[in-house]
Design a binder for this molecule. Sequence first.
Ligand code: SF4
Ligand code: SF4
Length: 318
Amino acid sequence: MQKRTLGRTGIEVTELCFGVLPMGPNQMGLAPEEGGRLIKKAIERGVNFLDTAQSYRTYPHIRAALDALPDKRKDIVISTKSAAKTYEEMSEAVEEARLALDRDVIDIFLLHAARVDSSVFEERKGAYECLLDMKSKGIVRAVGISTHSVDVVRKAAEVEGIDIVFPLINRVGMGILHGTRDDMVVAIKKAAAAGKGLFAMKALAGGNLLTDIEGAFAYVRGIEGISSVAVGMVNEEELEVNLAIFNGEPVPESLKSRAVNTKKLIIQAFCVGCGKCVETCPNMAMEVVDGKARNDKSKCILCGYCAPVCPQFAIRLV
Ligand code: SF4
Ligand code: SF4
């Protein structure tokens, strides 16, 4: 599989990045051993790049995979992120990742900033400065930001300390904040021209583009500046389809149909209408109507961020 260097970091990653979010407790809830087996298989087949986050609670899944590989495959590139706001919170988040992943050095650590606007660098100044300090101490190799916002990508292109930008982009522009799909492409090119390393999320728009998976990936892979694409995977069929596409091999029709995403979001009747999910959703895909949460499928990218914030455990992604 083709490898590319992320901007000026010297970090070389495969074009397919294993997105570890969906196997975790926010979505499919695979046991660490089961999820770890799938990650291990992907690594054995050539994938060298994993994307996770503090809030995904999937460090145990990654650890299970790496512990089962020779020398714990210290060469595998792990990108994680935290919604920490202060210096202290970010410091704790980095330490948590180092301990849970059994890594002295975290390759890529990002500000997890899905729904915020470009004031994020002022509002979370402490957290950002912590990451810069961690980098200067050699505890983190590269720092950056994950975002759904065109404005944040534009701003990140101008922030000197940012090495990596992890934007949301897909062929239909679903989930993009503060601009259109084409605005995001322009912002990505601007960030790449400024020397930032970029990898993309939500190329399949949360499963909405699975009917033309090859076209959806071709669109994102064709954007100048995108080095890798993070793709969530929870079973072997999905892994095989994605490996075939990113290796430039034909995908058997039988495999494609079995990999079709049947994931859906369910709001259970005991929702009390507190609105926590509305505040959390990065895509304005939740509202409270007549005292109950309602999901707008045309906006929902099935990211699962709303499920863990529900105090009633009323949201399930199945
Ligand atoms: S967070 Fe849970 S209880 Fe609150 S409105 Fe959303 S689904 Fe309902
Ligand atoms: S409703 Fe939930 S799953 Fe859908 S986009 Fe919003 S946070 Fe993500």
